[in-house]
Ligand binder design. Structure first.
Ligand code: ADP
Ligand code: ADP
Length: 232
């Protein structure tokens, strides 16, 4: 579902250049939950942002669901990105819109006709367990509820792939567990392929089938979680 080959990304500034991703190869199968574990600065976020082409890599290829994104022009990228949802540590919700409004907005920008939106919003809120909070504003929600809105919005366009950027890092352990259970549930019910980045080993152990440990822009090790995270 996700294939990355020879990926490289360097940031250049007046203070010099930083090689953030330094030759990464990765294959994530359909329906997999894949984790990239590493400390701050390892290059995880840059890697993830190259998968949906929020960053253009300097070298290498990214293919999602059979479509090579690195071969597309900028204006071809926008529709292609709809096959990839993304969730964030700080949720990135629209504060002036209700829960339903945030989800409806995601449907609107992906071209879902107005007539279909209401039922799709209801369906999505049901999937993430937020039906009761449809008319609340983000400021009235708990962290876990905010992330549920983030997830509903990310899967609104029925993507095959969900990217998670430290989605539980701002949450307490109990809430983290409920969000991870929701992600696993969506993985199983919708066949959603998940690629997540985290600095927490516990997150990888809890939901990932395979993982990589990232250090200095490279994958130091990778493989099935059962083998990778065994104590030596
Ligand atoms: P992680 O997500 O693992 O914390 P990042 O991908 O954010 O790692 O960062 C990898 C390296 O790239 C770090 O050295 C970071 O300082 C640098 N970096 C990230 N984003 C930028 C940017 N926009 N401009 C310059 N350097 C950046
Ligand atoms: P705004 O666009 O000003 O944020 P709303 O937040 O009131 O407007 O609603 C936006 C969209 O969400 C509309 O398409 C509406 O049909 C849908 N919607 C609003 N409330 C609900 C609800 N409780 N259940 C399902 N859909 C809803």
């Amino acid at each position: 579902m996700i294939e990355i080959s020879g990926l490289r990304k360097t940031y250049r500034s007046r203070r010099g250049s930083v090689v953030a991703v330094d030759g990464v190869d990765l294959a994530v199968g359909e329906g997999d939950v894949y984790g990239v574990l590493g400390r701050s600065g390892a290059g995880k976020s840059t890697l993830l942002r190259c998968v949906n082409m929020l960053e253009r890599p300097d070298a290498g290829t990214v293919t999602v669901d059979g479509l090579e994104l690195t071969g597309l022009r900028t204006r071809e990228l926008r529709p292609a990105r709809h096959r990839i949802g993304m969730i964030h540590q700080h949720f990135a919700l629209l504060s002036s819109r209700t829960v339903a409004g945030n989800v409806a907005f995601a449907l609107e920008v992906t071209g879902v006709p107005r007539a279909e939106r209401k039922s799709r919003v209801a369906e999505l809120l049901d999937l993430v367990g937020l039906t009761e909070r449809a008319d609340a504003y983000p400021a009235q929600l708990s962290g876990g509820q905010k992330q549920r809105v983030g997830i509903a919005r990310a899967i609104a366009a029925r993507p095959k792939v969900l990217l998670s950027d430290e989605a539980t890092s701002a949450l307490d352990p109990e809430t983290t567990d409920s969000i991870l259970r929701l992600l696993l549930d969506l993985n199983r019910r919708l066949g959603l392929t998940i690629l997540l980045i985290t600095h927490e080993m516990a997150v990888v152990k809890r939901i990932c089938t395979s993982a990589a440990i990232m250090r200095d822009g490279r994958f130091a090790e990778s493989g099935p979680v059962t083998e990778l995270l065994q104590q030596p």
